[in-house]
Ligand binder design. Structure first.
Ligand SMILES: [Zn+2]
Length: 270
């Protein structure tokens, strides 16, 4: 597979004096790239120097960044209604997205969020389109792709396809709009991993890889749950726009050793 392998880690919950030893473990295990996590985005909104310092810190361990998980939840979700801090959420996205691109990120993953109680699905889509109408021109300026992630409500694969199809009918350039296919989320309904690839393969620019039992979003290590990984590896290799593949195992919480995480992931995707 030609895509770049990248790793999530729950850095914001690691004590300061343990960060460099853990970065060293990633380096020793052959990792080259870490995902820029949304927790760093939130810190960056408070302190503009955070990301330059983080870039330098990981570079000292031979590590870089090619993908970013954007800000999410509440005002940062695309479905968030007009008028209630929506603009400040979008401004924060633009700011973080710009810095993420400076740090080397090729894509910036966003959540649609779930439709709030009482909001009709069509109104939810309108809010999503309004948010993307603001973010896509900024993404074009930064040279980064916005990757919309699938979840399990208004953000099902079929909903993400509906969002892409909407932009196929406008003048908006589609080169800065893509999909983050989260395999663990897709696996929460029977057959949906296969459906997700059949609907979204042409648009997938990044993929979040983690496993579960098909019932709960457990973020377990690939190979320890119900996902058919030989199918996933083959299907990802055929996605024409794929840039990065991200290991989204909750390695800190589940105490997965980093060398095991990296070696297993590298052999899975070869
Ligand atoms: Zn994800």
């Amino acid at each position: 597979m030609n895509a770049i392998l990248s790793y999530f880690y729950d850095w914001v919950n690691v004590p300061e004096n343990e960060i460099d030893p853990i970065l060293g473990e990633f380096e020793d295990a052959g990792a080259k790239f870490l995902t820029l996590v949304d927790g760093y985005g939130k810190m960056f909104l408070q302190d503009a120097n955070v990301l330059a310092k983080w870039s330098a810190r990981i570079a000292a361990h031979g590590l870089g960044m090619r993908s970013c998980h954007g800000l999410w939840a509440g005002i940062y979700d695309l479905v968030w209604p007009e008028g209630v801090d929506k603009d400040s959420g979008l401004d924060a996205h633009k700011h973080f997205m710009r810095e993420a691109s400076i740090c080397g990120s090729m894509n910036y993953t966003v959540h649609t969020g779930h439709t709030p109680a009482g909001m009709a699905a069509e109104e939810g889509y309108k809010n999503i389109f309004k948010a993307l109408d603001v973010l896509l021109p900024e993404a074009e300026k930064c040279g980064i792709t916005i990757s919309v992630e699938n979840g399990w409500q208004i953000d099902l694969p079929v909903s993400i396809q509906k969002i892409i199809r909407h932009y196929q009918t406008t003048d908006t350039p589609l080169s800065n709009l893509g999909v983050c296919l989260d395999i663990g989320h897709a696996n929460l309904q029977p057959g949906r991993v296969y459906e997700a690839f059949s609907l979204l393969a042409p648009y997938v620019v990044t993929s979040h890889l983690h496993d579960n039992d098909g019932v709960s979003d457990l973020h377990r290590q690939p190979g320890t749950g119900a996902v058919d990984w030989s199918f996933v590896a083959k299907a990802l290799a055929e996605c024409p726009r794929l840039q990065t593949v991200e290991n989204e195992t909750s390695a800190l919480r589940l105490k997965v050793p980093i060398d095991n995480l990296c070696h297993q992931f590298q052999s899975l995707l070869g």
